[in-house]
Each structure stands twice: as C-alpha cells, then as structure tokens.
Design a protein around this ligand. Structure first.
Ligand code: SF4
Length: 446
C-alpha cells in the first residue's frame, strides 16, 4: 500500500536539517508520498526507512532497463492518462524475425532494422528492439540467430521459444545483453527465471488469464525476481485492450504489485490494417514492448509518429534553439520571416519556405516551445519581445533587408513590432504555413 506523508515522516530522522532540499522532514515526506522526491536525497535515512520506503516509493509500474548499456527503458509509469502529468517511457517498437525465414530474408530484415531512421520534429527515431522467434525444431539454429540478430542490429533482443531448453541456451549465448526471455509459464518459470537472473535478462511471463498471471508474478517476486514483463493471452484486439487497461488500472489505482510491470505483445501477422490496429492498440494502451511481425517502413513510420504524439511530455514542449536559422543560402537582402521555437511550428514553417525555392532568414525567438497563438496569448510572442530579440542578436548587421514577415495569426502585433524596430517594415504573412509558398510566389517573386 502507498504510505501517507505522515506515515513516511515517522520513518525520517525529524531533524529538519534541510539537506534534502526541503525545509522540514515533513515537507520531504509529503514529496515522497507524492512521488516527487527520492529517498536517496536524505543522507540520514535509516536502513529501516530505506527498506520500507524503498518498496513503497517504487513506481507502480516497474521500470525495466534493457540493452547492454541499459539505455532502453520500458515501464516506470505513474499515470493512467497522459494529460494527468506525463507518460514516462514510450512503447518500445520491435521487429520480429524467425528461424524459418530464408537466410536472405533474415539478413535483409536485420539490416533494415539496423539502418532505419525516421526524423520527426528534429528527433531521430529508430527501431528499438529485435525479436527472434523459434518456429523450427533446431534449438542451435535459434540460438545462433539470436546472437546474429544482436551482432547485426545492436538492439536489445526479445527471444521467444516454446522450448525452455532453447531459451536457456539463447540466454547464456547473449549473457549480459539485457534482453527479454519469452515466455515463462507456471511450469517453466523456475528454470527460466534462474536463467534470466544468471545471464542478466528480463523475463516475460504468461498465463491463461490475469489471475494466473498475477499469481505467477507474485511467486517470482517472492523468489527475488524483479525484472518481469507481462504477456497477456488474449483472443481479440478488444479483449487485449481491456486486459491491458485492467492491469494498468490495478497497478496504478489499487497499487496491485503483481500487475505492476510493463507488458509485451507480439502483433499477429495478417492484413497490414489488422497488424496496424493491433500495434496502435498497444501503443495507446499501455504496451511496454510491441513486436511487429515484419519490417514495413510505412507502418513503422505511422506508428512512430503516433507514439511521438502520445509520449511527448505535455509539460515540456519539444523546442528548437532560439536563434536565426538559414533556409537555403540566404544573403543580406534575402527575406526575413519570424516564427516561434515550438519544434512542430519551426519544422513546418522552415519546410514550407524551403518548398518555395527561396533562401531566407528565419528568426526564432525564445517562446518556451509554444505555438504561435499560444505564445502570443501568453505574452511570449509580442512586438516587444520579437523586437528585443532581433536587436539583441544584431540581425541588422547580418541583413540589409528591412522587411520582416510575421505569421498572419498575430497580425495585431505589427504596429508594436514596427515601434520596436525603427526603420523596419512589418508584413503580415499567411495564417497557415501551408499558404507560405503561394504567399512567397505572389509577394516576393512579383
Ligand atoms: S535531509 Fe533527511 S533529515 Fe534532513 S530535512 Fe531532509 S528528510 Fe529530514
């Protein structure tokens, strides 16, 4: 059960020394209860406090670190809905290969997984994991494919086999790589949990229903196995959606530890639309790892874009550095545009200017990552602030042009901007970035 601030305070030294950054032990206890502080910030916490609070202060969904350098994290979630605060670790996207794939197909998929890169709003996105499934009867082939997949892609592995012996061998062959063994059942949990622990892997566990799964994870936790990943045996996307939601709600709202782990799903091979629906369901609610049945660049691009929308932190808008950007090869007399430093806005506006086949200067003042209208409403994108930014960076020394084009949505700041930039003409551009190309052709090429 979660502890209250007063319960936690009783476990603290009560000296109010402030070294944790809070004025009193009670204030620190309240932060701990709200999961806004970590017990390690108090240098005087007793062993008893560490033991009691250690368990109580874990996130309700355990964070599992994967990969040789432990840089891929899944789980660690604290909220049921993103808007309540933020989601912490996005669903890891994996691509599956099987030991029955042809050698050419295998090598091609591994290479595509390694080389795939998608750029969205300045972020470079890649396939996170590679999954290897044993479908044939040769354990040695499965094991060698696991090591090959790891060597080629340098991605954390999901190793899936119905043969516990093959999984044990694959776990040993990839020792220290921090992959996932899939799946342990009630019958195989003993041997597979020992293998996962000895070789530094996480263990995905499965059972016919949630009650069975909870009993199995509780048993493993009692045996000291902590890096657990849940696999739900469900019959339809609707059932999967429901089961995943029940598990997450139980972990977050009822602090039900046996279901407080990230989930793993293998999307069934089928019609691309059905595959995508399965993957979308997993990304939106509440998958930790989503394994796609094959490499499909269009599908992966769509899923990564969806994932970016869901897992960006609403409290920290993605932003670009405030400065003057060169579009093409602008000269002193090239036109000057201005927009905000919200990444999405910046990339759309700069892309549309590029599409217009002109070179230009794009002035991007500090707007705390807000879009044009939001920044204007918040007083961060005003004639005063834009004028000051342009004067501070000395734009007049770089450009001879004395005309600046502002977004049409903030036409009302043109007078104030002209007052702040004596000698400049302010031109109101289109409201929508998509109309920039037509605007440029009509105004600047005429
Ligand atoms: S550092 Fe520890 S003892 Fe000091 S005020 Fe914070 S909680 Fe209390």
């Amino acid at each position: 059960m979660a502890l209250t601030g007063l319960q936690i305070q009783k476990l603290l030294p009560k000296t109010n020394c402030k070294e944790c950054g809070s004025n009193t032990c009670l204030a620190f206890a309240m932060k701990l209860a709200a999961k806004k502080a970590d017990l390690s910030q108090c240098p005087y916490a007793s062993d008893e406090a560490k033991q009691v609070l250690g368990a109580a202060s874990e996130p309700p969904v355990r964070c599992i670190e994967l990969g040789t350098d432990r840089s891929l994290r899944v789980g660690g979630e604290t909220e049921l809905y993103r808007h309540e605060k933020t989601f912490v670790h996005q669903t890891a996207i994996a691509v599956n290969v099987s030991d029955t794939d042809s050698p050419e197909e295998l090598e091609r998929t591994l290479r595509l997984v390694r080389e795939y890169e998608l750029e969205r709003v300045g972020e470079k996105l890649q396939v996170d994991m590679i999954a290897v499934t044993q479908r044939g009867g040769d354990p040695a082939r499965f094991v060698s494919l696991c090591t090959r997949a790891q060597d080629v892609t340098h991605r954390p592995l999901v190793m899936r086999s119905a043969d516990p012996g093959a999984l044990v061998s694959a776990a040993a062959a990839t020792k220290g790589a921090r992959g996932v063994l899939a799946f342990a059942t009630e019958q195989t949990a003993g041997v597979l949990s020992a293998s996962a622990r000895d070789n530094g892997h996480a263990l995905a566990v499965t059972a016919p229903d949630l009650n069975g799964l909870a009993a199995l994870t509780a048993r493993l936790r009692g045996e000291g196995v902590n890096d657990i990943i849940l696999h739900f045996e469900t019959l339809s996307p609707a059932e999967h959606f429901q089961t995943n939601s029940i598990a997450r709600r139980g972990a977050l709202k009822d602090n039900f530890r046996p279901l407080g782990y990230p989930a793993l799903k293998f999307v069934d091979r089928g019609h691309p639309l059905d595959e995508t629906v399965g993957a979308v369901t997993e990304i939106t609610k509440y998958g930790g790892i989503c394994v796609l049945p094959s490499f499909n660049a269009a599908q992966i691009a769509s899923l990564m874009t969806l994932r970016l929308n869901i897992y960006t932190d609403p409290q920290k808008p993605i932003q670009v550095e405030p400065r003057v950007y060169e579009i093409g090869e602008p000269g002193p007399d090239s036109p000057v545009f201005v927009t905000t430093n919200f990444s999405l806005t910046y990339f759309i506006v700069s892309g549309e200017i590029e599409n217009s086949n002109i070179s230009a200067w794009l002035v991007v003042p500090e707007c705390e990552g807000m879009s044009v209208l939001t920044a204007w409403a918040a007083g961060k994108f005003t004639g005063n602030s834009i004028g000051k930014f342009i004067r501070d960076i000395g734009l007049e020394k770089t450009v001879s042009s004395r005309e600046i084009i502002i977004p049409g949505y903030v036409a009302q700041i043109s007078g104030e901007l002209e007052e702040n930039l004596p000698g400049w003409k302010v031109t109101v551009g289109p409201q929508e970035a998509g109309d920039l190309e037509g605007f440029v052709k009509a105004r600047l090429h005429s």
